[in-house]
Design a protein around this ligand. Structure first.
Ligand SMILES: *Cc1c(COP(=O)(O)O)cnc(C)c1O
Length: 222
């Protein structure tokens, strides 16, 4: 019998494919990032065995423990998607291949100073009510310039997380806003869309969907 995870991966891939078809896009334009926060290293290993290669993690310390159990996953890419404090930037640069959540010039410089080539994104906050993380649209231009001037950082695109709503249509204006900002700065990648709103995100141009619950099931915080 197929495991839950194998079944869920098939289901998420089907949703991505249907959404890309509706949007007249190719399914391979959308990267599936499996968000494995809170789940153990064994869940990452199982997902890798089933063909997934991109993983998202939110906490430097938590991933530090898991990474030591996963030295052998050739070709796996780990994306940091949580809030990153500057004092953890160096450790994050060592552990991850990509950082999606640059939100200040200070953090950009710290990551650059770590000396390792990194693919990065800037996290944008598109509504005042949203939680504290992300840079406001008004300060994006300056931050884009700073990151582009960092020789170890390759700016791939923008990331956002709309305020929570169980109605996926609620996210659409945020996703559209992010796409417009990315176009203004000539940025190709858009990290947007999660388990409940990935179809809307793909219709609005997402290139990176970050999916946790729909793959691994509900998170039980300790
Ligand atoms: C946890 C998390 C996700 C995954 O959310 P699901 O609803 O479980 O798919 C995506 N992005 C970020 C930034 C997260 O923290």
């Amino acid at each position: 019998m197929m495991s839950d995870l194998a079944h869920n991966i098939g289901e998420v891939r089907r949703r991505i494919e249907e959404a890309t078809l509706r949007a007249c896009r190719q399914a391979d334009e959308v990267r599936l990032i499996a968000v494995s926060k809170i789940f153990p290293a064994s869940a990452i290993r199982e997902a890798y065995r089933l063909g997934l290669r991109d993983f998202g993690e939110n906490y430097v310390q938590e991933f530090e423990g898991k990474a030591s159990e996963l030295p052998d996953l050739a070709g796996a890419r780990f994306h940091f998607i949580g809030h990153l404090q500057s004092n953890k930037a160096r450790r994050a640069a060592e552990l991850f291949d990509a950082i999606q959540t640059i939100d200040s010039e200070r953090l950009a410089r710290r990551l650059n100073d770590a000396g390792k080539p990194l693919e990065v994104m800037i996290e944008v906050k598109l509504s005042p009510e949203e939680s504290k993380t992300g840079t406001g649209a008004e300060s994006l231009g300056g931050l884009v310039e700073t990151v582009r001037a960092c020789p170890n950082l390759t700016l791939a695109g923008l990331m956002t997380m709309p305020p929570w709503s169980d109605d996926p249509e609620f996210s659409r204006p945020y996703f559209r806003g992010l796409r417009e900002l990315a176009a203004r700065f000539g940025l190709a990648r858009l990290s947007m869309g999660m388990s409940h709103d990935l179809e809307v995100a793909i219709e609005e141009g997402s290139t990176d969907v970050r999916v946790g619950t729909a793959l691994f099931g509900p998170r039980r915080y300790p």
